[in-house]
Design a protein around this ligand. Sequence first.
Ligand code: HEM
Length: 542
Amino acid sequence: MFWLRSRRVVTIALAHAIEREAARRGCAPLPVLRRKGFLGFGWFVESIRATKDDWGPQYVAQTTDAEMGKDVHTFYVPIFDFEVMMTRDPANVQAVLATESQDWDIGEYRTASWAPMFGDGVFTARGEHWKHSRALVRPQFSMDQINDLDLIERHVQELFAAIDRRYSPCAGAGLDAGWTPKFDLLPLFYNLTLDITTELIYGYSVHSQNPSQRLELPVIPGYDAPDRENIGMHMDGGKLWIETRGAFGRFRWLLPTRKFYAHCAAIHKYADWFVQLRLSRGDKYLDGLQSEAGQPSKDRFVLLHELAKATKDPVELRSQTLNILTAGRDTTASLLGWVFYFLARHPGVLAKLRNEVVQQFGPFRQSGPTGIEFRVLRDSVPYLYAVINEALRMAPVVPLNERVALRDTVLPRGGGPNRDKPVFVPKGTQVLIPTFAMLRREDLWGPDVEQFRPERWVEDGGRKFGFEFIPFGGGARQCLGQHFARIKAAYVIVRLLQRYDRVENLEWPKDAPMKFHHTIENRSATGVQIRLHEASFPDGSV
Ligand code: HEM
């Protein structure tokens, strides 16, 4: 009882001090979401349930509109004694991520919930250690070799082979001629990006699309060979736990840990094997790799090999490479899934996009692609990028971001009756940035905000990116892999559309709402249920 009363006295005194400081800085009060349930835990429980039911991002957008109104974009969320703010105002988002980023860092709950699996890497580190991590990995992303289209093509060939093996198009002349049977394209994209990313990071692809392609590994005394079969499964399983642990915040100890730690151990064992090989072989690490790409091994870009020139710490090498592995695999696979999810539902967009692709790069040829070069892919297919942007707008791969105030600070907007006054943010406040909700603001995107319409990115000279569109984050911690991700996604889309001229949506019911399965990044919870129609060309090249 005494504890409660003294805590209340401290809280009231603190509230007065905050009010005085806010007034001194010319700030006005922020709207407050009504308290729901016992101590405000109603919101917490509802949001966890919505995430579990695969509509977490929509829940946040709809609840904000319904409870606060469509013109309130920054407000306090009262849950127990958490200091939580929510903002979908681009001006405030810019301050948090970019212009005032020195006052902010990622929250300790992110670090604590990710760390058992991903260690102290660029995603999870805070403060000075994050600066060190970013400086370590950043130079790798400016190297030309990271955009190795030959490497991507080899794995796209495996994707085609996997589709042919399991979902071969119907031969003959009936209504189904040229069509594959119905299948879910999404898991195939996760395999594709896993194969590409493991090769890029460790030099040895796991070849999940075709295990018979796996290179034989040397023996390292004292180390079991890495489990290349189940690495994707362990990543998915572990990330689901991370997501729930993050949502539980300081109450994550309530969750069981046995399965989570089993996934972590398997992933560590996998990465440690390559780290050990690199450390024992030194500069000769690449010598063991066959040259699948037709280029000498010494010219190949392998992230682990490059990072090990800067640090020999095995734990750091494990953590940094695993951080990039999850960033490289899951986000791009999710994006590719969403692109085909929308193309299947918008045949007009598909036809227009395919036309651009075939005009620029020609039809599909068994002999392999010609002319799909990095610069052409980057500069000469504007509608393709419009489609990618629109998919990222409709279904942002990272629908929620967050930061915690490192010191008392101010956000530029949201206070007072007109919501235009600066807002005081006490040290320790967590700010949630619901990217999805920002991308559903009608006042920013227009009355067709709910429609998939890539034209919005190209008409009237093209839309400029501001902080209302931050699928790759922004400011200090902006995504290091965004150009690589866009090029990789663009390449895969080009190759698939060269080969297939129609994509039919076979999800039932056809107009079912989008469902977001959230495991740090989100992916379509219903997969991408489609069938593909193989194009035929007069020259008979297919
Ligand atoms: C569609 C694909 C991708 C999306 C949507 C995406 C999104 C993001 C977002 C939103 C952030 C910022 C996180 C924050 O503010 O806390 C981020 C950071 C990052 N991304 Fe990506 N990403 C993608 C692909 C990639 C790829 C392919 C790589 C590397 C191969 C990569 C590497 C990174 C790294 C290293 C950071 C950490 C930056 C830091 O904290 O300093 N990303 N990404």
